[in-house]
Design a protein around this ligand. Structure first.
Ligand code: HAM
Length: 415
């Protein structure tokens, strides 16, 4: 038996209802806020992510699926969508035609992380990005939109954490101050030792307990924000308060991608154990420029689709919708009649199915029951002789005979 690769999995038909429901709600809500869908390639030149996400991030250093093309140039299975969207914005010169873009995309991402519950090597993200707008009101709107989606999906027990990561100006000064504090720490983990020179800010959100303990008294970025960054953060908080969005300020929230500036946020659940982040995002006012475009502000988020499905599937019974009619037929001419009616119903947008198994009434009825249909239509010799169809209402358990010629108009009343 050939099985899927570790960290990769099938999403089976019996699981798909939740995925489809989430996708539909996300699209509806995003489109109500003016977003349009964009579809991007899964494979990109490695430099899109190396430059975009940052050479010294965990993702770029050790988690990307990268391999050379026939000429020896490296290409990478996308680990996220933000850098690809920025690449597309630059490549298609969207900035000159329509500089303000609100885009969303849904699809698989790939990271070579150690697989565990809620963490896969192929996982799915629902990603939304806005390019060309720098207002903090938009930052709040993005969080309102996310909250609206979670509310619509009845996901509870969520915690929204926000922080400001400042701009390159205030961060440069802060990095120096943080570094001189860190010089006095002794037992940082090996990752943090490396980060000392390459990416000191990341030390702040290290998950290793001894690092966390040592960082408790560290100087905080919020005390070094420049005026513009601090006003931006203040305006964001005011707008969130206007909409009663509950949040917690987390001075240690840094996020694992280097492109962030000013606003950063994460939505965590209390229901998934270790892999608690359901969505993450923030502002990235330098990314488009890093990828060769003009200076363009940007903000967005990605929802961990797999994790959201896990939360919903463990808490809610998502209704499995069966066909309106399930046909049971006995004999060839009955089967042909059902064949024609089924096709006719499908062409009118009405769901129906027929049993092909030619088994006994009892066995076929069992299948009809399993299909979750509203009605079961029975056609046997008797029905053909009389020009009727026996129609059984599965919920009420009642059965009536309807004239074959009236069947479709009768069934349509139940849509
Ligand atoms: P991220 O925090 O790396 O951000 O990922 C966003 C979400 O994707 C996470 O909160 C988590 O739910 C989910 N996720 C990440 N890795 C895995 C995995 N291995 N298995 C399952 N789920 C996973 C980004 O990717 C940024 N591009 C978000 C963003 C958009 N920032 C601005 N715009």
């Amino acid at each position: 038996m050939i099985q899927t690769i570790r960290g990769f999995r099938d999403i089976l038909p019996e699981e798909i209802e939740v995925w489809q429901k989430i996708e539909l709600e996300a699209k509806n809500i995003f489109e109500n806020f003016g977003f349009k869908e964009i579809r991007l390639p899964i494979l990109e030149k490695t430099e899109v992510f190396a430059r975009g996400i940052g050479e010294s991030t965990d993702i770029v250093e050790k988690e990307m699926f990268t391999f050379p093309d026939s000429k020896g140039n490296n290409q990478t299975m996308r680990p996220e969508a933000t850098a690809s969207i920025a690449r597309s914005y630059v490549q298609h010169k969207m900035y000159s035609r329509q500089p303000e873009q609100k885009l969303y995309t849904i699809g698989p991402m790939f990271r070579k992380e150690r697989p565990q519950k809620g963490r896969y090597r192929q996982f799915y993200q629902i990603d939304a990005e806005v390019l060309g707008i720098d207002s903090p009101i938009l930052d709040a709107q993005i969080l309102v939109m996310l909250n609206m989606l979670f509310k619509k999906l009845e996901v509870k027990n969520l915690l929204t954490k926000i922080n400001s990561l400042g701009c390159p100006g205030c961060r440069k000064k802060y990095n120096e101050i943080l570094l001189s504090f860190i010089q006095n720490t002794k037992d940082l983990c090996s990752d943090c030792e490396r980060r000392k020179t390459k990416n000191p800010l990341r030390i702040l959100d290290c998950k290793v307990k001894s690092c966390r303990n040592q960082l408790k008294g560290a100087p905080l970025l919020k005390d070094y924000l420049c005026r513009e960054c601090s006003e931006h953060f203040k305006a964001l908080k005011q707008c969130l308060d206007l909409e009663n969005i509950k949040y917690e300020i987390d001075d240690y929230l840094v996020r694992g991608l280097d492109y962030y500036t000013k606003t950063a946020f994460e939505i965590q659940t209390l229901e998934l154990g270790a892999q608690s982040a359901v969505a993450g995002g923030g502002r990235y006012d330098g990314l488009v420029e890093i990828l060769g475009g003009p200076k363009t502000p940007g903000i967005g988020f990605a929802i961990g689709f797999d994790r959201l499905v896990e939360i919903i599937a463990s808490n809610q019974e998502v209704k499995k919708e069966g066909p309106l009619v399930y046909f049971l037929t006995f004999g060839e001419s009955a089967a042909k009649k059902a064949f024609k009616i089924c096709n006719n119903l499908a062409s009118q947008g009405i769901k129906s199915e027929m049993d092909f198994s030619n088994k006994s009434m009892k066995a076929s009825m069992k299948k009809a029951n399993k299909s979750n249909c509203k009605f079961c239509a029975i056609i046997g010799e008797n029905e053909i002789e009389k020009g009727i169809i026996s129609l059984k209402n599965m919920e009420e358990g009642t059965q009536e005979e309807v004239l074959e010629k009236d069947f479709i108009s009768i069934i349509k009343k139940y849509i």
